[in-house]
Design a protein around this ligand. Sequence first.
Ligand code: C2E
Ligand code: CA
Ligand code: CA
Length: 239
Amino acid sequence: FKVFYQPKYNIEGDKPRLCSAEALIRWFHPEYGMISPGEFISLFEEKGLIHKLDRYVWNEAAHQVKEWKEKYNVTVPVSVNVSRVDVFNPLLGDMLDGIIKDSGINHEDLLLEITESAYTDNSQQIIDTVTALRDRGFKIEMDDFGSGYSSLNMLTSLPIDALKLDMKFIRNICVNEKDSALVEIMIRISDLLEVPIIAEGVETKEQAELLKGIGCEIIQGYYFSKPVPGEEFEKFIEA
Ligand code: C2E
Ligand code: CA
Ligand code: CA
């Protein structure tokens, strides 16, 4: 198993500025070659293996942040995925705190992405978990925003620090005016909540420019880079 990193860029200024990364797991199977997480995460969740995998990824990511800090004297915060199953682990906060302490980074340098549907599946449990994590100093990003059953009715009372727009919204923004208008509405929602919005799955210059034009602050996607190994990611820091 190897952790890959995909850059996120802030596009508000004249030139895009690297602002953070997302850690994404890759499985190099001796027989089947590279397997992407879409194919095995839900199986790992079912079989009770996700805790171990996620703890490995969080730990790797935290140490990577530290390594870059020492090598380049800059902090590149890394966001990690927190499975819906992890939310039920009573030791989650202590485990994450342990990783922060052990790696010597700050809480806000390990961002936690939790998928929107985890909120709608079990709202009280997740609100309690997320509130406790934020009290410890962690920042929470709602992943795949807009993809599941709507969380709109509870959005103003949810403890979150950023919205990650689901990539399906981006796909047709340059060919369908209604799609771009919808993204604009979601950007206004993030303004209302006073949290940044991150567009993921941005693949073309046209999409990036359109998003910038309607006030999207941060983008992630193949337009800038696919997820790459940590060593390769260093070219973005150097640039
Ligand atoms: P996600 O968290 O929504 O991650 C974004 C996915 O979109 C990643 O797929 C990424 O490689 C892909 N992507 C990024 N930019 C583009 C683009 O421009 N175009 C397209 N078509 N795709 C793009 P990936 O790495 O295959 O991961 C799939 C899902 O698996 C993730 O979706 C996440 O839910 C889950 N996952 C990945 N790593 C972990 C992990 O360490 N722990 C847990 N619990 N889940 C993980
Ligand atoms: Ca994610
Ligand atoms: Ca996502």
